[in-house]
Every structure is written in structure tokens, then in C-alpha cells.
Design a protein around this ligand. Structure first.
Ligand code: ADP
Ligand code: MG
Length: 615
């Protein structure tokens, strides 16, 4: 027997490569759009017929190719983007493997027309199933048009394997969006069956997002911005109340390239953790810029997976950036200065006094005066009458704490939009209306609070703090409370006992399915204890908490929901005032632990806009 190993013919090698690079029409769309971007285009047109099976055509106004390049670009490993291995370490273009055109041409009939600015005539090349068919001069515009016809005509297995036209078109649109979201400054048009599906004009990122996802996004986006040595992060996240039932608008880009990453996705979802329902997903459009040396984009043929050298650090930076952004958004009224119409509104009304940025603090407060803070009474837990007087006192303490150590997440973004929380110096004019909403005046506007939602947030944070802060002793009950539960609930109660202990409960098993409660968090009305345990168990039945933290959070949420003051309850002036100020002192004041909005801020600028003359 002679030797049997031989090199594969070029056409076969290309088809094998195409198996990786061109899995479906959308992959060809991605490669062609990326080439147009790499060619420096400012205007790109994508035409699709028959979900890409009949035709994918990309026309750009980029740099174009010479006659020879137009022929060679179909060779495998033909690229103008890298010359040596050093270049691989500093990739700034989207393509660099020189495989795309060769792969596409091996599984379709491709026609390329291209012209450089300085050339008088362009050139047209026809290739089919890796075979060169023809090349001839043509007169055409500057730039390049690549037409891919009858994709997979020579690979029936793959053609048959394609999903429904609707789904294949959806994948194509996804690729179009990913390019559109990175290149907001480029004019992009998508035609499907000769109809315009998307026509995008150059815009800033926010308006590009709105153009793609709809006008409602104008109200939904919170800007994100962070610059560090390791990474620069920018973009937008969706407000928690607009989270989605399905994993929808979640986009990561690094150095202008879309990628997926479960690890970094986790950083964002954990930052949203107790602000959105468990089965919901936050939207995000996050752009990372890193030194290309610290990024490996060459781990996957379609390059949608990347490796960050500093993944752990980036995770931490991303998580805190998102938390900060969420924390800020409700404290700073969202004014879209980039919107054309806002040009009519002067940023400062005439004679408007400009308040310098300031942080409120109590001048008498000395953090070193009380080395051990002593027991902190938590007296405002119940909605039963009589306990409300105490709402004010615990607040003052947390107010001091806050004033002495403001974190960046708590600080308003700019002096003009500064919220002065110093009640002791400037009592807030407040009122309750409809036995449900609280209205307060802030230095820069009006705050409207939902009393029940707000109190849920306040209590939740206080319960969460109890876990690390053991200064509030449980309240020993004069008459222990006995409860009977089902066998299932008895098991659950036992498994929760450790966490309940941490919140200040002392519960003892007392024979079959009976428990005796000897102590409860201070401030809880004894008659409220049995129903409280009942609702904690009820919530526990539906929750599927896996980690200890989630378990504890679940209990804290149940307790906060159960014990919060309800809508319909009339509050006294100082209770209203305390509730608003305590809410604003929360770490995440804008939503309840289950993700419902707690407050709304209407700035004077917003009001001015509302009452402005329209002629
Ligand atoms: P890669 O993008 O990895 O270099 P491709 O197979 O996608 O490989 O393209 C091969 C080469 O063809 C590119 O390096 C580029 O020089 C040229 N090319 C492809 N598309 C265009 C285009 N639209 N405009 C100008 N040049 C292009
Ligand atoms: Mg390419």
C-alpha cells in the first residue's frame, strides 16, 4: 500500500472552513457587514431576499479594492488586516482571519463589484462554489457591493437544516442590530423583499437604541459610564421596572465587537438582584474598551466569544458601575439634553440661583463620640397604631451615619441636581394625599412617594442590615406565641430557623408541627407575629432560593412586605417626613425589594418644561 494522506483540494478545505464560519445566512450577513465597517464605510445597505437563501447583498461606500485584491480576497487566509503575529496582539478591525469571503464563496454564487476613489473604473468578479468564473471592468460607484446568491446551493444538507424563514430572518436582523448598535454614526439600511425594514440615520447611541427598539426606550434607559486603568465602560441599562420576561435586549460589546459572556452577564444580573422579579431579565447595552493586548478575540471562528485577561477585575468594576448607575437614576431627574427639542429650553432659567454642590451633614455629629453604637431600636416595623412615633428616631441615626460617610452611589450627580437630605437643618415641607401618596419638596423639585412601597424598601434594607449588625437585640416576648403549621411547613420553618434567628426571632420546635416563638425583632406587635411567620412560609413555598444570601433576602422581603404600612393608612406629618427621608437614605431607594417603583421625582426644570408656552 502506498501513502494515503494528501492535502485537501482548496475548494474542499474552504467548504470545511465554511462549516464553522458560515453556519446560516446570518453568519454571512455578519461577515459582510463587518468587512464594510472595516473598509471605513459611512453608509451601508443590506438587502435580503428569502431570508438570505436567495440573496444577501451588502453595498458600502468604503475604501474599495484594487483589481488584484478583488480577485485574491476570495483566497483562504487572504487578508489585508494582519501581516505578522504581532499584529494579532493589537487587532482593531473586526475581521483578521481572511476566511470569510473564501468560506462564503465556497458555498454560494458570489459577485463582487468594487472601486477605489482614485480608480477610474471598478472591477467585477464572479465566483461560484470556490471556482473563479470571471473578472471584468465595470463602471460603478466608489465602494464595494458583495452579492451572495443561492447560499448553500451546493451543500443541500446545510440548506435543509436551516430553520424557518422567519427565524433565519430574525437571526439576520440580530446581526444587523449588533452592527448598528456599535456604529451609531453610520447610515444603515435594511431591505427585506424590497421593502425597507430599518432605515437608520447617524445619531448618538441613545437615539440609535430608540430607533431600533422604539420610542418607549427614551424613558427606559439609564446611562452607564466608568473609566478605570483596566477598562472603560459605557452604555445604557434599562430601568429595573422595564425588565423583561424573556432574555431580550442584552448586548455586550468590546472594542466595537459584539460578544456573549455569561460571567459578565452575571455581574449585571446580580447588580439588579433584589430590584427585579426573579424570572425577569434586565436590558443592557454595555460597551467595554480594553487594551487589545488584554483581550483574546481569536478563540472562536465567529468571534462572538472572547477572553479577557482581567476578567475578574472587570466583573467587579462592572457590577459596581451598574449598582451605582441604578442608584443614581432616580435621584437625578432624567433630562435628555441631547434631544433636539430640549434646545429650546435654557438649561438655567434667568436669575436662577446656582447652588454649589453640597453634602448635608450635622455639624454636631461626632462619629468618634459613640465608639459602640449601642442597641439600635427598630421600632417602626408594624403598621399597628402607636408604633409610628418611633419612625423618626431610628431615621435620625441613619441620617447621621449617612452624612458622615456618603458613598458615591448616594451622591447626586451634579450640584444643580443636588438633593439636600438634611432634614435636621431644612425640614422638608411634606404632605400625605389620598392616604397613600406622600409629597415632599426637595431643593430641586418635588418628590412623590408611594407610602407602602417606600416602607417596604426601608424595612427590607433594615432587615438586611441586621444580618451584619447585631446591635438590635430581639424583643423577648412576655407571652410566647405558639403556632401550628403543616408538616411541609414545619420542615421549611426548621430550615429557615437559622435565618429567622439572624433577624431576631427565637423559635423553638415544640412537638409535632407546633412551634413556640420566644422572641421577635423588636418593634413587632405580638399579634402581628403569627401572620408574619405564616406569610414568610407562604413566600418560602414559591421561592426557589439556592444560596444562603438569597434565602435570607427572601425572608427579609417577606417581612418587609408584610410589615410595611399599607396604602389607605393615614399618617401624621412627622411620619410622612420621616418616611421620605428614610427612603432617600436607602441604598437603592427607587424600587421595592420586589421591583415596584417607590417614588418619582419631578424637577423644577421638568415642571418648567410642562408649563412652557407653545405657540
Ligand atoms: P478578513 O476580514 O478576515 O480580512 P475577509 O475574507 O472577510 O477576511 O476579507 C478578505 C479581505 O478582503 C479583507 O482583508 C479586505 O482587504 C478585503 N475586503 C473584503 N470586503 C471588503 C469591502 N467591503 N471593502 C474593502 N475591502 C474588502
Ligand atoms: Mg472579514
Amino acid at each position: 500500500m502506498g501513502n494515503i494522506i494528501r492535502l485537501l483540494p482548496e475548494a474542499v478545505a474552504n467548504q470545511i472552513a465554511a462549516g464553522e464560519v458560515v453556519q446560516r445566512p446570518a453568519s454571512a450577513v455578519k461577515e459582510l457587514l463587518e468587512n464594510a465597517i472595516d473598509a471605513g464605510s459611512t453608509e451601508i445597505k443590506l438587502i435580503i431576499r428569502d431570508a438570505g437563501k436567495a440573496l444577501i447583498q451588502v453595498t458600502d461606500n468604503g475604501c474599495g479594492m484594487s483589481e488584484q485584491d478583488a480577485r485574491i480576497c476570495f483566497e483562504r487566509h487572504a487578508t489585508s488586516k494582519i501581516k505578522n503575529t504581532n499584529d494579532l496582539l493589537a487587532i482593531r478591525t473586526l475581521g483578521f482571519r481572511g476566511e470569510a469571503l473564501a468560506s462564503i464563496a465556497s458555498v454560494a454564487q458570489v459577485s463582487l463589484r468594487t472601486k477605489r476613489v482614485d480608480d477610474e473604473l471598478g472591477t467585477q468578479v464572479e465566483v461560484s462554489g470556490s471556482s473563479f468564473i470571471s473578472q471584468s471592468p465595470v463602471s460603478c460607484k466608489n465602494g464595494t457591493t458583495v452579492s451572495v446568491k443561492n447560499l448553500f446551493y451546493n451543500v443541500p444538507a446545510r440548506r435543509n437544516f436551516l430553520k424557518s424563514p422567519t427565524l433565519e430572518l430574525k437571526y439576520i436582523i440580530e446581526e444587523f442590530f449588533r452592527i448598528a448598535l456599535v456604529h451609531a454614526d453610520i447610515t444603515l439600511t435594511l431591505y427585506n423583499q424590497d421593502k425597507i425594514l430599518h432605515q437608520l440615520h447617524p445619531a448618538n447611541l441613545k437615539h440609535r437604541i430608540i430607533a431600533l427598539f422604539g420610542q418607549s426606550y427614551n424613558q427606559r434607559l439609564i446611562p452607564v459610564q466608568q473609566e478605570t486603568q483596566v477598562v472603560q465602560i459605557s452604555g445604557f441599562i434599562g430601568k429595573p421596572e422595564f425588565c423583561r420576561k424573556k432574555r431580550g435586549e442584552q448586548f455586550f460589546f468590546v472594542n466595537g465587537r459584539f460578544f456573549r459572556n455569561a460571567y459578565l452577564n452575571h455581574a449585571i444580573e446580580s447588580a439588579f438582584h433584589d430590584l427585579i422579579p426573579k424570572e425577569a431579565f434586565p436590558s443592557y447595552f454595555i460597551y467595554f474598551e480594553v487594551d487589545p493586548k488584554t483581550l483574546d478575540v481569536n478563540i472562536h471562528p465567529t468571534k462572538t466569544e472572547v477572553n479577557f485577561l482581567e476578567a475578574k477585575t472587570i466583573y467587579a468594576i462592572l457590577q459596581s458601575t451598574i449598582k451605582q448607575a441604578i442608584g443614581k437614576f432616580n435621584l437625578t431627574p432624567t433630562l435628555d439634553f441631547e434631544r433636539e427639542s430640549s434646545m429650546e429650553i435654557p438649561p438655567f432659567p434667568e436669575n436662577h440661583p446656582i447652588t454649589p454642590p453640597s453634602i448635608s451633614f450635622n455639624p454636631d455629629y461626632n462619629p468618634f463620640e459613640h465608639p459602640s453604637p449601642g442597641p439600635r431600636p427598630l421600632k417602626s416595623f408594624t403598621s399597628s397604631s402607636g408604633s409610628w412615633e418611633n419612625l423618626y428616631d431610628p431615621f435620625r441615626e441613619s441620617e447621621h451615619k449617612r452624612s458622615s460617610q456618603p458613598t458615591s452611589a448616594e451622591l447626586p450627580a451634579s450640584g444643580q441636581e443636588n438633593l439636600d437630605l438634611g432634614v435636621s437643618e431644612h425640614p422638608l415641607p411634606v404632605m400625605q394625599i389620598h392616604n397613600r401618596y406622600l409629597i415632599g419638596s426637595l431643593p430641586n423639585g418635588i418628590i412623590v412617594v408611594d407610602q407602602q412601597h417606600a416602607h417596604e424598601r426601608i424595612l427590607f434594607e433594615r432587615f438586611m442590615a441586621l444580618r451584619s449588625d447585631k446591635t438590635s437585640p430581639p424583643q423577648k416576648l412576655l407571652l410566647p406565641v405558639t403556632i401550628d403549621v403543616t408538616t411541609d411547613d414545619a420542615e421549611m420553618l426548621k430550615s429557615m430557623n437559622e435565618f429567622l434567628w439572624e433577624t431576631g426571632f427565637d423559635i423553638e420546635e415544640f412537638g409535632q408541627n407546633t412551634f413556640v416563638i420566644h422572641a421577635a425583632p423588636s418593634g413587632i406587635d405580638p399579634v402581628a407575629i403569627a401572620p408574619l411567620i405564616e406569610s414568610i412560609l407562604e413566600d418560602g413555598r414559591t421561592e426557589t432560593n439556592t444560596t444562603q444570601d438569597q434565602h435570607f433576602q427572601g425572608i427579609a422581603k417577606s417581612m418587609a412586605t408584610r410589615l410595611a404600612v399599607k396604602a389607605g393608612q393615614s399618617l401624621r406629618q412627622e411620619e410622612v417626613s420621616a418616611l421620605i427621608t428614610q427612603l432617600l437614605a436607602c441604598e437603592s431607594p427607587e424600587l421595592t425589594p420586589r421591583g415596584k417603583p417607590t417614588m418619582m421625582i419631578l424637577s423644577y426644570l421638568d415642571l418648567e418644561k410642562k408649563f412652557k408656552h407653545t405657540n
